[in-house]
Unconditional design. Structure first.
Length: 498
C-alpha cells in the first residue's frame, strides 16, 4: 500500500513527486513512457509565461503567476537551465495597438509586474530583425525561457533521491475503490519486459501481477488524464465524465548559428486557438519557430505535416524580416491537452482521487504551483509529517562543452572518459553519457541520452554518434546492442537503487 500514487511523469507529475517528498510519505510515480518528461513536456516551447494573457480570476492566472515567481529559486536549487529574457507581444497593424492595451490592463489585473507598452521604434531598437510592419508591442520583463525536459528530469531526480519510487513503461488500465478505503490500480507492462527504476521495492511476483494499491491517487496523465479520470466513474455517484481535446503543435528548430536572431521571446497577438506561432530563443542558443494549433482525435499522433510546417513559416514571416529556414536542424511536433472549460481543473473528484485536467499552456510555468496545490489536498487527507531530511538541491551533469580549458584538463585527469568525445556537434563526452545512464531515474534509451546530455541534438542529429551511443547503453545496461532502442528500454531487465 502506497500513501500516494502519481499517474503521469510529465512536468506536473514530477513536480508533484518532488513536492510530496518533503513529507514522510511512501510515493510511487507510474509513467507509460520509458522516461519522464516524454509527452507534452518534451515537445514544448520552453517558455516561462509572465501571465498577462490568462483570463483574470482563473486558476491559470493564479497558478501562472505563482509558478513564474517560483522558477528562479527552483532553477538555482535544481540546476535547471533557465534565463529571464523577457517577451514581446507584437502588433503589425493599428487595430492591434488597442489589443495590446487590453492585454496590458489584463496583466495588471493578474498582478503581473514589469509590463510596458512600446512604440514601433522602441520595438525595432530592441529587436532589429523584426519586420518593418511592426506597429508596437507589449513588453513583459518577467517572462523567461527554460529547458522543459531538463526541468522534468531535474524534478524527477530530486524526488528520487528524497525517496520517491518510479515505475516506467507501465500503463494504468483500471482503478477500483477498495471497501476499506484506498484504491487498487490495475497496470500493464510493455509486453515481454518490465522496468523498475530507482527505489522500486515490489517483489517480482507483485510486479508481474500488475496491481498497485494506494491511499491517494493523483491523476497527472496529460492527454490521457480524462481516460484515468473516467476509470473512477463507477466508484461513486455524481462523477462527471471528462474529455480532453488533443491539440497538435508543430515546430521548426534552427541551428545555434542563428543565435541573436531575437533576444526576447516574440509572440503575435493571441487568438481563440492560443498564443500562435512564436519566435523563441532557447537556453541552448537555438531558435524555435512554432507551434501550430491543430485539434485532433488521435492522442498519440505527433507526426509533422507539410501543411503544418508551411503554416509555421508563413506565420513566423509575419514578424521576422527574413525567416532563416536554411539553418533548420529539425522539425517536430507535440500534443497538448486542452479542456473545453478553457481553464485548469485541479480537484479531489472523490475522497483520495485528485485529478489535474486540461493542463495546457501555461502548464509548464504553473507546474510548481500546481504541485503545491495538489500536495495541499493530499496533506488535508493524509496529515503527513515533514521530512526533515529532505534535500532540495540537485546538481546536473556538467557539460564538457561549457568547461574552460583548465577545467577540461582537470576532468580528463580525474576521469579519462572526459577525453573521449562521442557527440562532435555538441562536444559531449563518454563520461557525461555514462553519468546520464547511472543517475537517479537514469537514461535507458537514445532519446533519454539526448535529453540529458544534448548528444544527437546538433547539426547531424545523431548521424555521427548514434552507433557509439548504442554501444555505451548496451555496455552500461548489460544489454545486447540490438535491444537498445530510440525511445523504449531493451529486453526485460530490472534496475533498483534504494
Amino acid at each position: 500500500m502506497y500513501d500516494v500514487v502519481i499517474i503521469g511523469g510529465g512536468i506536473v507529475g514530477v513536480a508533484t513527486a518532488r513536492e510530496l517528498s518533503r513529507y514522510h510519505l511512501k510515493v510511487l510515480l507510474i509513467e507509460r513512457g520509458a522516461d519522464v518528461a516524454v509527452g507534452a513536456t518534451k515537445a514544448n516551447s520552453g517558455i516561462l509565461h509572465a501571465g498577462y494573457d490568462c483570463r483574470p480570476g482563473t486558476l491559470k492566472a493564479e497558478l501562472n503567476l505563482r509558478g513564474a515567481k517560483m522558477y528562479p529559486r527552483l532553477a538555482a536549487e535544481l540546476d535547471i537551465p533557465c534565463r529571464i529574457n523577457g517577451s514581446l507581444v507584437v502588433s503589425t497593424d493599428d487595430e492591434g495597438i488597442k489589443k495590446l492595451g487590453d492585454l496590458y490592463e489584463q496583466g495588471k489585473k493578474n498582478g503581473v509586474t514589469g509590463l510596458k507598452l512600446l512604440s514601433a521604434n522602441q520595438v525595432k531598437t530592441l529587436e532589429p530583425n523584426l519586420t518593418d510592419s511592426v506597429t508596437g508591442a507589449l513588453q513583459a520583463a518577467t517572462a523567461g525561457i527554460i529547458s522543459p525536459y531538463e526541468a522534468g528530469i531535474a524534478f524527477a531526480e530530486n524526488a528520487a533521491i528524497n525517496g520517491v519510487e518510479f515505475l516506467l513503461e507501465t500503463e494504468v488500465t483500471g482503478i477500483d475503490a477498495e471497501s476499506n478505503g484506498g484504491f487498487s490500480i490495475q497496470t500493464a507492462m510493455r509486453p515481454g519486459r518490465y522496468t523498475a527504476v530507482w527505489g522500486f521495492q515490489m517483489s517480482r511476483d507483485d510486479l508481474v501481477s500488475g496491481v498497485v494499491r494506494a491511499k491517494v491517487i493523483i491523476n497527472a496523465a496529460g492527454v490521457e488524464s480524462a481516460t484515468i479520470h473516467n476509470y473512477v466513474i463507477h466508484c461513486a455517484k455524481g462523477i462527471i465524465k471528462e474529455a480532453i481535446i488533443p491539440q497538435l503543435g508543430q515546430y521548426y528548430l534552427l541551428d545555434n548559428t542563428q543565435q541573436g536572431l531575437v533576444g526576447h521571446t516574440i509572440f503575435q497577438l493571441p487568438t481563440q486557438l492560443g498564443k500562435g506561432v512564436l519566435v523563441v530563443p532557447t537556453v541552448d542558443n537555438n531558435i524555435l519557430l512554432g507551434p501550430t494549433a491543430e485539434s485532433l482525435d488521435d492522442r498519440v499522433a505527433t507526426e509533422t505535416t507539410s501543411d503544418g510546417l508551411k503554416d509555421v513559416l508563413e506565420k513566423a514571416g509575419h514578424v521576422l524580416k527574413t525567416v532563416p529556414i536554411h539553418d533548420r536542424i529539425t522539425a517536430y511536433a507535440g500534443i497538448r491537452a486542452k479542456h473545453s472549460g478553457k481553464d485548469f481543473i485541479i480537484e479531489e473528484v472523490l475522497p483520495g482521487f485528485i485529478s489535474a485536467l486540461g493542463i495546457d499552456s501555461p502548464g509548464l510555468t504553473a507546474a510548481p504551483a500546481i504541485a503545491e496545490r495538489i500536495v495541499g489536498l493530499v496533506a488535508v487527507r493524509l496529515q503527513p509529517t515533514l521530512n526533515h531530511d529532505f534535500r532540495p538541491q540537485r546538481i546536473g551533469i556538467k557539460g564538457f562543452a561549457n568547461m574552460s580549458a583548465a577545467e577540461r584538463a582537470t576532468m580528463i585527469n580525474e576521469n579519462p572518459a572526459y577525453g573521449r568525445v562521442v557527440c562532435r556537434c555538441e562536444t559531449v563526452t563518454e563520461a557525461e553519457i555514462v553519468e546520464a545512464i547511472h543517475r537517479p531515474v537514469g537514461a535507458r534509451n537514445l532519446d533519454a541520452i539526448k535529453r540529458r546530455t544534448r548528444a544527437q541534438m546538433g547539426r547531424c542529429q545523431g548521424g555521427f554518434c548514434k552507433t557509439r551511443l548504442i554501444e555505451l547503453l548496451a555496455r552500461e545496461l548489460s544489454l545486447p546492442e540490438t535491444e537498445v532502442t530510440a525511445d523504449g528500454a531493451g529486453t526485460e531487465f530490472y534496475f533498483s537503487q534504494a
